[in-house]
Design a protein around this ligand. Structure first.
Ligand SMILES: [Zn+2]
Length: 158
């Protein structure tokens, strides 16, 4: 079977500009895809991801995080990962139940301290490197922090 490459003109759904794409299936199939798919030109695609990132960054800023540093691509990816990880922490926080107000207060303190640590991570690369962090990893760090708080309490009282 010969591999043919066909060029097709498609229209960007956002700016209505026509641009060329290459499709590799049979001509018939390609025509179907050209017709049915939503196409976006490179510029609109970039703008879209930038807008998505900006939106997330603004939400994250509201809870104490800063804009990430790095290339546009890594900042966009890092911000998305950070969002998922924040959701994991919040999921964990909401899943906990406490017997006493004291326990709850201690836990809240630990979560606040945990988020403070994350607030200092401003490099997109750090978030990308930690993208596989799961709820158990987070829970482990929270419990370490809780122990630290308890130890300090014993030394300094209150
Ligand atoms: Zn466009």
């Amino acid at each position: 079977m010969s591999q043919e490459v066909y060029d097709y003109n498609v229209k960007c759904k956002t700016c209505r500009k026509t641009f060329v794409v290459q499709l590799f299936d049979s001509h018939e199939k390609n025509l179907f895809v050209v017709d049915k798919k939503d196409w976006f030109c490179d510029k609109c695609k970039k703008d879209y991801f930038k807008a998505e990132t900006d939106k997330l960054v603004n939400e994250q800023k509201a809870i104490g995080f800063s804009e990430l540093t790095g290339t546009a691509k890594s900042v966009s990816w890092g911000t998305k990962i950070r969002e998922e990880l924040i959701n994991k922490v919040n999921y964990l926080k909401e899943s906990l139940a406490f017997d006493t107000d004291e326990d709850k207060e201690l836990s809240d303190k630990a979560f606040t301290a945990f988020f403070s640590e994350w607030h200092t991570q401003k490099d997109a690369k750090w978030w990308i490197d930690h993208r596989r962090m799961n709820v158990r990893d987070i829970s482990g760090r929270i419990s370490d922090i809780t122990k630290e708080i308890q130890a300090l309490k014993k030394i300094f009282g209150e």
